[in-house]
Structures are given as structure tokens and as C-alpha cells.
Design a protein around this ligand. Structure first.
Ligand code: NI
Length: 253
């Protein structure tokens, strides 16, 4: 029993075989998938998938890459979508200073506005953070008091992991934990409390070994979970059960 806490199966890379991909996930023990929006259009596609497939849930939000295109009316729409049964989170939202596709002041304001939507609608958030750890923590401290959420594809230090866990958040581990150059991730994965860990694919990106370079899909969350279990000296079944329970608790499923 596994849960892919972060996927993008609405991506066009799945247009030819989406049904089979979802089926293959189920056959591999992946009983749930959270499909995460990155702009208004992909958020709408996430909802459509969640309405069509029992095992799929939706998150709605505007990624920092797309922050430059956010309109005032979008926040109202996100809040409205958040009232739907299978919409479980606001995401993915946050900061990306690696690509800087949107100006940083715009990334900040769109992020804060969506934290407000999470607060208004009583939903947890899903954070994207790339090379923006300091500003991200500052904004969370100021603007996210009392909210719950997860830092997806965690890429910070062990100190940052401990800090965000102390703030009440979860961290989610993706395919890079299986890479040879995984850097600090193995130590982080081994040391953080199991009650705050999620696993994900972020498919079609970040394909775990041994399929690195090919298209990623939710069935491969098993490879991420196996690596996390190995690093913690646990059985895969126990890790799968614990991380799935964490998903159910955070997203109130
Ligand atoms: Ni993503």
C-alpha cells in the first residue's frame, strides 16, 4: 500500500497511455496519487482526473514559474475549487530561484496570496522550493502560522529539515534519493521522524534509478520508498504503511 504524494499525470507525456499508467500504479500497490496543479489549466486538469479516477486526488495552485501569469480572479477560482470533494491541497506553490521564470517579487506575492487561499479554505499546502530556502522559511514564518503542509522533493539541509519539521510541516522524498550523487538526502532520510515523511514521484520528472532518463510514473514510487526503507533500515511494507498514513493525515483523506 503506497501513496504517490506528488505527480503530474495530466502532463502530455501521458496522453497516449494515461489509463494504463494509473492501472500499472494500482498493480504495483500504489493505492493513491495526488495530482498536483502548476497553473490554472493544469489545476483544472487535475480536478478532471480526480473526478474520473477513484485513486486520484487533486491539488490546485500556481507554480512560481507561472506566477507572472497569475490574475486577481485566479485566487477566487482556486478557493472555489478547494471546496470540491477530491481537491485536497493548494499546490504546488512556492519559490524557484534556480530558473527565475517569474520575477522574485511576483513569486513572493503570488505565494503569499495562495497561502491565504489555503487558510481561507482550511487546506494544507504543497511547497515547491528550489534554491530559495532562506526566503521560503522567512515567508512561512510570517505568513503560514497555523497552516499545515509539505515541502515537496525536499532539497534543503538536515538543519532545514529539522526546522520545518519543528514548524509542523512534512517533507516529501522523490527520485533523487536513488541517485549516486544524492548528497545530503540519505542522511536526512535516515534521521527525520518517520511521522513527517512522505514519498512521491513528481512524474514525469525525476525518474528514480534504475530508470533514470526515461519517463517517470506513479508505479515507480515503490523504488523511492524502497530506497528510503533501506536507508532507515526498515521493511518496505512498514515504510509504505507509515508514509501512506502520513498522507491520509495531512490531506485528511
Ligand atoms: Ni511537481
Amino acid at each position: 500500500m503506497l501513496f504517490d504524494s506528488h505527480a503530474h499525470i495530466d502532463d502530455e507525456k501521458f496522453d497516449a497511455d494515461r489509463e494504463e499508467v494509473i492501472q500499472r500504479a494500482i498493480e504495483n500497490g500504489v493505492t493513491g496519487i495526488i495530482n498536483v496543479g502548476a497553473c490554472m489549466a493544469s489545476s483544472a486538469r487535475s480536478i478532471a482526473l480526480a473526478e474520473k479516477y477513484k485513486s486520484v486526488y487533486a491539488a490546485v495552485g500556481i507554480h512560481p514559474h507561472d506566477a507572472i501569469n497569475a490574475l486577481e480572479a485566479d485566487y477566487e477560482q482556486l478557493a472555489q475549487w478547494a471546496t470540491l470533494d477530491k481537491v485536497v491541497a493548494i499546490g504546488e506553490i512556492g519559490l524557484d530561484y534556480y530558473y527565475d521564470f517569474s520575477p522574485r517579487d511576483v513569486q513572493h506575492s503570488v505565494f503569499v496570496r495562495q497561502l491565504d487561499v489555503a487558510r481561507q479554505t482550511d487546506k494544507p499546502f504543497i511547497i515547491h522550493d528550489r534554491d530559495a530556502h532562506g526566503d521560503l522559511l522567512d515567508i512561512l514564518k510570517k505568513e503560514a502560522k497555523g497552516l499545515k503542509g509539505v515541502l515537496h522533493c525536499f532539497s534543503g539541509s538536515l538543519e532545514m529539515a529539522r526546522e520545518v519539521i519543528k514548524m509542523g510541516y512534512y517533507i516529501s522524498i522523490a527520485g533523487p534519493v536513488t541517485f549516486k550523487n544524492a548528497a545530503k538526502l540519505p542522511e536526512i532520510v535516515a534521521k527525520v521522524p518517520l511521522e513527517r515523511l512522505l514519498v512521491e514521484t513528481d512524474c514525469p520528472y525525476l525518474t528514480p534509478q534504475p530508470y533514470r532518463g526515461k519517463r517517470n510514473e506513479p508505479a515507480y514510487v515503490k523504488l523511492v520508498a524502497q530506497q528510503v526503507a533501506d536507508l532507515r533500515g526498515m521493511e518496505l511494507t512498514d515504510l509504505a504503511k507509515a508514509t501512506s498514513e502520513n498522507v491520509r493525515s495531512l490531506f485528511k483523506l
